[in-house]
Design a protein around this ligand. Sequence first.
Ligand code: TXA
Ligand code: MG
Length: 320
Amino acid sequence: MINPDHIERAVELLRRGGVVALPTETVYGLAANAEDELAVRRVFAIKGRPATHPLIVHIPGVEHLSSWAREVPETALRLASAFWPGPLTLVLPRTPRATDAVTGGQDTVALRVPNHPMALAVLQKLGGGLAAPSANRFGRVSPTTAEHVARDLGSDVDFVLDGGPCTVGVESTIVDLSSEEPAILRPGGLAAEEVERVLGRPVPVRTTSKVRVSGSLASHYAPRAGVVLAEPREALARVQELRGQGLRVGVLGPASLSLPTDVPRFDVPEDPAGAARVLYARLREADAQGHDVLVACLPAASGLGIAVRDRLARAAAPRE
Ligand code: TXA
Ligand code: MG
């Protein structure tokens, strides 16, 4: 299934300072060799992302952890062995290998081992780290297919590795282990309950950190259409209200929701993991059809439902 020529080409480009979009299980990443400062700067430029917002460094395996993190607490090893490769990012004190260009000058670095055969093949062959934010323009919806990447970034990226649709569909869960108290900086593709089970303690969500976490800006992950949040039982009333204002309205929600047949709808499964998998693709479909507003039904607030609710809330936040 994996074309070795494509892997070879991606690695070659990355070694020469290129920028390559590659699939992970969460979303597609825009990757550069983390130790090549010029290539990393190009990633920021392509995304239009402020240089103070640090990037995640993707590594081939847990055995690489200590070359990027100067302190590896026992909690990090426990989480890494339970969930890597997988949708978990660990923030740890950095070694000099993690440069200012990647960390935004902070003393910590965000690290993860992605769970996608193509990303792993590239990382193993390269043998280093890949700085890779999501492969979208800053503030917009993250890409979950190679087609999304091509449509967003076009010829700005040197090569797009097509690994099919992402299986998780929302970004990794970021856990800060750089201070005494572990904390979740961004809810994501690994449920908080899972992190707490392995650490054997509650892990609070702390999205207002002093560190610049772009996913924590109020407005982020946003489609062009406006987004209005609704509990499923209020969805119809919201639609009627917005239509009354002359707006083109679509609904993002479960197929079980009963709506008049003339209301365009974008099905999002009821189960939170299913909702996470299709969320970004549905937001893009709604934009492609030119809706002014989407009424988005919130999934239950447990498991991956927390991440889906977080992304929808940011999509619904006031924009500049
Ligand atoms: O699933 C993912 O994490 C995807 C795929 C491509 O791996 N990547 C991703 O990257 O979502 P990005 O750049 O869109 O989000 C990375 C997040 C940002 O919010 C950034 O601020 C935070 O990680 N981050 C990076 N380094 C950090 C650090 N040292 N301390 C705290 N947060 C950090
Ligand atoms: Mg992003």
